[in-house]
Design a protein around this ligand. Structure first.
Ligand code: URP
Ligand code: ZN
Ligand code: ZN
Length: 474
């Protein structure tokens, strides 16, 4: 087994900032040596000089959709391209979503998604299960999937006729989760009301991308969030609300957490950095930013509220909801976003981001003084790992943890652009944005994946992670 010493850097975890050298043996961290103290005589295969740099735990992105079928097309990143792009961006663990097709078993969905990912991923991966069809068989399969390390189940209060579950179905799945120890993830938007608003907008000739957000007003998110919390509390299931964007919905989370309930929530970079100004870009460019929940009007304070929520722990995680669709030129999938030209309801919902999350968050959090260094690590790596049963193997730099490490130079500014990205999509939502910091090196399980602006990984480096249960429960 190869040994590596990363010397001269500053190790940052959710709780510590320490000038320490990190010793890696094979796939694991085996030593942390505070500088200034006595260093043992070490003979190692390789010494990496990280002087002046931060060492962060590899990012844990718990919300990605590689190859997701949606809106008559598929998310443009495959497991191979998307996981490689994640590595470029300092994310070394991802949890994607296997999908149950209506009328089919969940196990069939799980096996199909395992096949898509197997031997293709650059980084370690796990699965949540999207439950599209709650019935007695599905409820039994929730137990079976727990045995496979799938310990979280996503339900939808949106997308009627596609992924939507009724309140009764949601409640039954929650009762099962309370019984078997899994976590319910919720897409909390009132899809029934949204469908009425969308129809009415189209009747008025309102077809541009901005109407995607205008027909999903904050109350459709906050009402659904309130309802999901009520059912979770009644059933006793832990609830994790995904991709939150409305400050009113976040208020619902805060109230429930103050009651001491096991209610958790994530937001995503698009809600922290983007808004109506983007959706209103001319010539259908606004379609790039169509995702659900929608990006909102920053002038109404949603972004500030989300950042505050991250600071106060009302929000615990920043994931990406990476779900890319091309605007103009995917060789196989074509002009995907343009399916909705002249009818915003046909724009595939989703945005790229798996490669950009760590740098964006570092910039917005540490660079712009909104969150501490420790908190940056906590929301991008440590808490996601705990929330979905992967800690301390993932999400920290500690003896015994997987050697998933980012060497990060905080003294360099970089510019985000599709021209330097590796995701299989033809735009960056942050084109031209200058951010603080540069990812110099990425190691996953001790292997160098990124160094010297080169990719050294291979498909199949990533292994399936059998996850434990939620480690954040009160
Ligand atoms: O717009 C989104 N979020 N697309 C991906 C599917 C989902 O709801 O997470
Ligand atoms: Zn969703
Ligand atoms: Zn999603």
């Amino acid at each position: 087994m190869a040994t590596t010493l990363i010397s001269g850097g500053t190790v940052v975890t959710a709780t510590e900032i320490m000038d320490a050298d990190v010793l890696i043996d094979g796939t694991k961290v085996v030593g942390l040596f505070a500088r200034g103290g006595a260093l043992p005589e070490l003979v190692v295969d390789r010494v990496v000089d990280a002087s002046g740099k931060y060492l962060f735990p590899g990012g844990v992105d718990v919300h990605t959709h590689m190859e997701l079928p949606f809106g008559g097309t598929f998310a443009s990143d495959s497991f191979e391209s998307g996981s490689r792009a994640a590595a470029w961006g300092g994310t070394t663990t991802m949890i994607d979503f296997a999908v149950q097709t209506i009328g089919e078993s969940m196990m069939a969905g799980y096996e199909a998604w395992m096949d898509k990912a197997a031997n293709n991923c650059a980084i370690d991966y796990g699965f949540h299960m999207i439950v599209s069809d709650v019935n007695q068989q599905t409820l039994k399969e929730m137990d079976m999937l727990m045995g496979e390390g799938v310990t979280s189940f996503k339900l939808f209060m949106a997308y009627p006729g596609v992924l939507y579950s009724t309140d009764g179905q949601i409640f039954m799945a929650m009762q099962k989760a309370a019984e078997n120890g899994s976590t319910i993830m919720m897409h909390a938007e009132n899809g029934i009301v949204i469908d009425v608003l969308r129809e009415q907008a189209l009747e008025r000739g309102q077809t541009d991308p901005i109407y995607h957000s205008l027909t999903r007003p904050p109350v459709t998110e906050s009402e659904a969030t309130h309802r999901a919390i009520a059912y979770a509390e009644l059933s006793g299931a832990p609830l994790y609300v995904v991709h939150m964007s409305a400050k009113e919905a976040l208020d619902e989370i805060a109230i429930a957490r103050n009651r001491g309930s096991n209610i958790f929530a994530e937001t995503c970079p698009q809600y922290l950095f983007l808004g109506w100004n983007n959706l209103k870009e001319p010539d259908f460019e606004g379609a790039k930013y169509v995702c659900s929940t929608p990006v909102r009007d920053w002038e109404q304070g949603h972004q500030d509220a989300l950042w505050r929520g991250l600071a106060t722990n009302d929000l615990q995680v920043v994931s990406t909801d990476h779900c890319p669709f091309c605007m103009n030129d995917h060789p196989v999938l074509g002009t995907q976003k343009r399916l909705g030209e002249g009818d915003f309801t046909k724009i595939p919902n989703g945005m790229p981001g798996v490669e950009e999350r760590m740098r964006l968050l570092y910039h917005g959090a540490v660079g712009e003084n909104r969150l501490s260094l420790n908190r940056f690590v906590e929301v991008t790596a440590t808490t996601p790992a705990k929330m979905f049963g992967l800690y301390p193997r993932k999400g920290t730099i500690a003896i015994g943890s997987d050697a998933d490490i980012i060497v990060f130079d905080p003294n360099v500014r970089t510019t985000m652009s599709v021209n330097v990205n590796h995701m299989d999509v033809d735009y960056s939502s942050y084109e031209g944005k200058e951010v603080e910091g540069r990812i110099d090196m990425v190691l996953a399980k001790g292997k160098v994946l990124i160094e010297g602006n080169q990719y050294h990984g291979a498909k199949g480096d990533g292994e399936y992670l059998r996850r434990g249960t939620n480690q954040c429960l009160i």
